[in-house]
Design a binder for this molecule. Structure first.
Ligand code: PHE
Length: 451
């Protein structure tokens, strides 16, 4: 993001920069850490099917809606709504996104910190003893180490956001993310060739609908939103840096396909190994951290694969955390009129304070429960299952009902030939299908409606 447009705001300098940044935001721990563990806790195959339905029917249209809002308004998430609907309450949607960004980054940085510890362990051959579960348990229950890695990760994120070297990051991501993809493929093959692995494929791909409840359906919606980075303004903010000639529809489709592919492949990498190596699919947030080191021990060249994998996973996490922090920084700097630097310091340090509680809830604060959940759990649930679906709902209602159709057409057609057929489908979805579906899932999932 090095060049500026006439209004003085940064813009992505190339088409590829746009895809790399948006895909960088979408592809992250949500795909590789969260998708397998949430799918594992919610029954596997049937969850995957519902998840895929939500990605296509809701995720893609919401992503496109966010990008077009941002590009039209050329503002941060809050300012975008204020500009497009002056004098209304719509800007509160942007504010909700900022709150969601605080919560997401607080707990996301805990897990990002874990990836750094695992990179360190991989380098120092720390998995060799083989008891990866005991190792994970003692690490996550600690105080100093998990906090240290979390803070290092937050510093990295803040440094990139305020020094504006995203362009550099995108350049590296262009090479590193395909590499991550190839590495995951190699790990899928190893995982699938373990004796007893087919139970894992059955688990992931054979839908068992007896496992489905309204709560599970809401989990699938929350995971779809989380994984695509939608519902909290990250893509409104990124959309505001996209130049007029970029094709938003194409960008949204490419990002969605890449994100979904990586999530499914992560499932294919993890579940066969889970069953073959004697783990439980529903063992929660530690799933990939317990299973993958064991898988590396089974791989020829596993020492090097492990280092490469945890390095790439950290990079994938970093390209996501910068997009979350960017929501907060763009909001603070444009709305409170403070410098980007100041906004970054204030944003990152206040989020870090919140993050300490998320990290310690696996150790010193594990006895603290709110509504039956850990501090980490309640942050994750509130952000992914409440704020993101609610944000997504309001965003599609805004585009379907409030924004002038002409504006939507202009943004989607790139000022060239109107893609009338797609436009009609898109409009039907944002006006009717997505709002009704999200509202029904949301109200049922939190128990306010009984369908
Ligand atoms: N989509 C990111 C991931 O899958 C997480 C994220 C959520 C990023 C919301 C930005 C906004 O890891």
């Amino acid at each position: 993001m090095s060049i500026s447009n006439p209004s003085g705001r940064d813009v992505f300098s190339s088409k590829f920069g746009v895809i790399a940044a948006a895909a960088g935001s979408a592809v992250g721990l949500g795909n590789i850490w969260r998708f397998p563990y949430v799918a594992g806790e919610n029954g596997g195959g049937a969850f995957l099917l519902i998840y895929l339905g939500f990605i296509i029917a809701i995720g893609l249209p919401v992503m496109l809606s966010e990008l077009l809002i941002g590009r039209k308004a050329q503002q941060n998430a809050f300012g975008s709504f204020r500009k497009l609907a002056p004098g209304s309450m719509w800007s509160l949607v942007g504010l909700m996104g900022v709150v969601a960004a605080f919560l997401i980054l607080a707990f996301y940085s805990t897990i990002s910190g874990w990836t750094l510890e695992y990179l360190y362990q991989a380098i120092s051959n720390g998995f060799a003893h083989g008891d990866t579960k005991a190792m994970f348990d003692s690490f996550k229950q600690g105080t100093f180490r998990p906090l240290m890695w979390q803070m290092i990760f937050m510093l990295l994120t803040a440094w990139i956001v305020f020094s504006g070297v995203k362009n550099g990051i995108e350049k590296y991501a262009k090479i590193l993310m395909p590499l991550l993809f190839v590495l995951i493929l190699a790990m899928c093959i190893r995982s699938l060739s373990l004796p007893g692995s087919s139970a894992g494929l059955d688990f992931l791909f054979k839908p068992d609908f007896s496992k489905i409840s309204m709560g599970v359906i809401l989990e699938a919606l929350g995971q779809a939103a989380f994984s695509l980075s939608i519902g909290m303004g990250a893509l409104i903010t990124y959309g505001s840096y996209i130049q007029k000639q970029n094709n938003l529809g194409k960008t949204a489709v490419q990002v969605t396909v890449a994100d979904t592919l990586i999530a499914i492949l992560s499932g294919v990498m993890i579940f066969p190994a889970v069953f073959a190596l004697g783990f439980q699919p529903d063992s929660g947030a530690g799933l990939v951290f317990e299973v993958l080191p064991k898988l590396f021990l089974e791989m020829p060249g596993g020492y090097f694969f492990a280092i490469l994998f945890f390095f790439l996973l950290s990079v994938a996490a970093l390209t996501s955390t910068i997009s979350v922090l960017e929501v907060v920084v763009a909001y603070f700097s444009e709305e409170l009129n403070i410098s980007r630097k100041k906004a970054t310091v204030i944003g990152a340090s206040s989020i870090s304070v919140l993050g300490v509680f998320a990290t310690l809830s696996f150790g010193d604060l594990s006895g603290v429960h709110i509504l039956g959940q850990s501090i980490f759990g309640i942050m994750e649930y509130t952000a992914a299952n409440l704020l993101l679906p609610l944000g997504a709902l309001l965003i599609v209602i805004f585009v379907g009902w409030k924004l002038k159709q002409l504006i939507v057409r202009e943004e989607l057609s790139n000022e060239s030939t109107l893609r009338v057929k797609y436009f009609k489908v898109f409009f039907f979805i944002v006006k009717w299908l997505a709002p009704i579906a999200i509202a029904a899932v949301f109200l049922n999932g939190i128990g306010l409606l009984k369908l």
